[in-house]
Design a protein around this ligand. Structure first.
Ligand code: C2O
Length: 545
């Protein structure tokens, strides 16, 4: 195994999109930022220099960070931010993980432009569990605002409302020529040779948008999601939520021509505004005679049946050398409701509405608040009291009303109290969570992301989770493994994982706007009692608040 060492300089970049210049923070002056391509087992060292005017952290989305949790990155969860002018070196190892992951800023809305891919190929002497593709490429889906995204977020938080929709969606940083014809805008183009097989790694780096993705006239075979191999799954459309990745094989078996690769939103509910544009890139055969690429027919924005068919039919490839069997005995069983709600307007805020409210979100009827002077991880490691409580999930008596899919405008249910309430887990315990969407302010598909682990997706469904009937639907044989799961709109999912990774692990909705609204919590995983299961002290350059 090798050591891959590199530097990220994050600083303001002036760049042109949608016919106008924008000053925006970017890593190494590019959007997306640098692609990290490594092999399973490698060690990664990234020196991050914050030359931007904002506080910054970088998160390595999907990396387990076993015993390197000081490098996980979420602001105030594992670390204090790197202040402007500061730097911090992230070091971690990629043993036992293979496939497509990515990295992104985990501070305010910086990840709108500070993100890139993290591709982990098989180590020397190992192969993919499918025939070797002729060609590999990465498609990163994103969003673009004619504004600094931090300003968009701050404006929404200031008036308690939903943020402005993105002005465009992007593929590898560009909106594409279908939507936008500015001379300065490049449409991403991928050249293929007839007969070749392409491994396409699709990453959704958008803040607030889930996407349907298609390639005109080409079938897709899904072989991995979130850096976990799946049984080959044939489809013509992929659903990818923020944070998720999907690897597909594509055979260039169509008549030589130009074909759009296109994405537009899956908007399960219009709680977060979205626009209806389609972002495109071009799959180009040599000697194509036509000038206008063929456009695929994308599903409707609210096509939940198509979204659910895709998400619920994936299964794990149990012959993969990274597979381990689902633990059958559960030690911790949690039932967690989550969704959107309201919180009351602060005394000196100007916001109106029925209850003088602001948009809010919650898990278990609690709206999560991050600490400010210290990270949760440092407080846990050093036993600092007064930073968080350990009463999650405490299931207030009204909790079962939340699962009623009739919208309720009872202010007692809608208005969620704020707290920093966490859950302690014994090392190596098996944890099962029923994630139940609520329907108070309208229902939505929430992409729930767990740091530090992959989890098994045992079952998903619509309506209220019913233990009497739904446990019989659990897939305990070959459930897909993920780090981010879109819990069905107006529905539920059951996940299971082994808490074999000591530290403080964030679980939150990866629709970025839901994070400051409070849709998250964290698990405190105790040390295991051996050196191999004990978190070492933070590195010398660990940022202080
Ligand atoms: Cu990709 Cu906590 O996030």
């Amino acid at each position: 195994a090798d050591t891959v060492e590199t530097s990220f300089h994050v600083r303001n970049l002036t760049t042109n999109r949608l016919c106008q210049n924008q000053v925006i923070p970017a890593a190494n002056d590019s959007i997306p930022g640098p692609a990290l391509t490594v092999k399973e087992g490698d060690t990664v060292i990234v020196h991050v220099f914050n030359e931007s005017p904002y506080n910054l952290t970088i998160h390595w989305h999907g990396v387990f960070q076993r015993l390197t949790q000081w490098a996980d990155g979420p602001e105030f969860v594992t670390q204090c931010p790197i202040s402007p002018g500061g730097n911090y070196t992230y070091r971690f190892n990629l043993t036992g993980q293979e496939g497509t992951l990515w990295w992104h800023a985990h501070s305010q809305w910086l990840r709108a432009t500070v993100y890139g891919s993290l591709i982990i190929r098989p180590r020397d002497g190992q192969n993919y569990p499918f025939s070797q593709p002729d060609l590999e490429d990465t498609i990163m889906l994103g969003e673009w605002w004619n504004a600094d995204p931090n300003d968009v977020e701050n404006a929404a938080l200031a008036n308690g409302s939903a943020p402005a929709a993105a002005d465009a969606y992007t593929i590898n940083g560009w909106p594409g020529d279908l939507f936008n014809s500015c001379i300065s805008n490049n449409t991403y183009k991928l050249d293929v040779v007839p007969g070749q097989t392409l491994l396409l790694r699709i990453i959704n780096a958008a803040l607030n948008t889930q996407f349907f993705f298609k390639i005109a006239n080409h079938n897709l075979t899904v072989v991995a999601v979130d850096a976990s191999y799946t049984n080959p799954f044939q489809t013509d459309v992929v659903l990818v939520g923020p944070g998720q990745t999907t690897d597909v094989l594509v055979t260039a078996n169509q008549s030589p021509g130009l074909y759009y690769m296109a994405a537009h939103p899956y908007a399960s509910a219009v709680v977060v505004p979205f626009n209806t544009n389609t972002t495109t890139a071009i799959l180009a055969y040599p000697n194509a005679t036509q000038t206008t690429p063929i456009l695929p027919d994308l599903p409707a924005f609210n096509d939940t049946p198509t979204a659910f068919t895709f998400s619920s039919n994936l299964t794990a490839l149990v012959t993969s050398r990274f597979w381990s069997a689902v633990p059958q005995i559960v030690d911790e069983n949690m039932f967690i409701t989550f969704g959107l709600g309201l919180s009351s307007c602060g005394a000196n805020q100007t916001c109106g509405g029925l209850f003088r409210e602001r948009m809010s979100a919650s898990m278990n009827n609690r709206s999560f608040v991050l600490p400010t002077g210290i990270s949760l991880l440092e407080a846990f490691y050093r036993n600092v009291s007064g930073v968080y409580t350990e009463d999650f999930p405490d299931q207030p008596p009204s909790v079962f009303d939340y699962t009623n899919m009739n919208n309720s405008f009872d202010p007692n249910l809608l208005m969620t109290p704020k707290s920093t309430s966490l859950k302690r887990l014994r090392f190596n315990s098996t944890v099962q969570i029923v994630l139940q969407n609520t329907a108070l302010l309208g229902v939505e598909n929430h992409p729930m992301h767990l740091h530090g682990f992959n989890f098994y997706v045992l079952a998903q469904g619509f309506g209220n989770y019913d233990p009497a009937n739904d446990t019989s639907r659990f897939n305990l044989i070959n459930p897909q493994e993920r780090n981010t799961l879109g819990v069905p709109v107006g529905g539920w999912a059951v996940i299971r994982f082994r808490a074999n990774n000591p530290g403080v692990w964030f679980i939150h909705c990866h629709l970025e706007v839901h994070l400051p609204w409070g849709l998250g919590t964290a698990f405190l995983v105790e040390n295991g009692g051996t050196p191999e299961s004990t978190l070492p002290p933070p590195p010398a350059d660990f940022p202080q608040c």
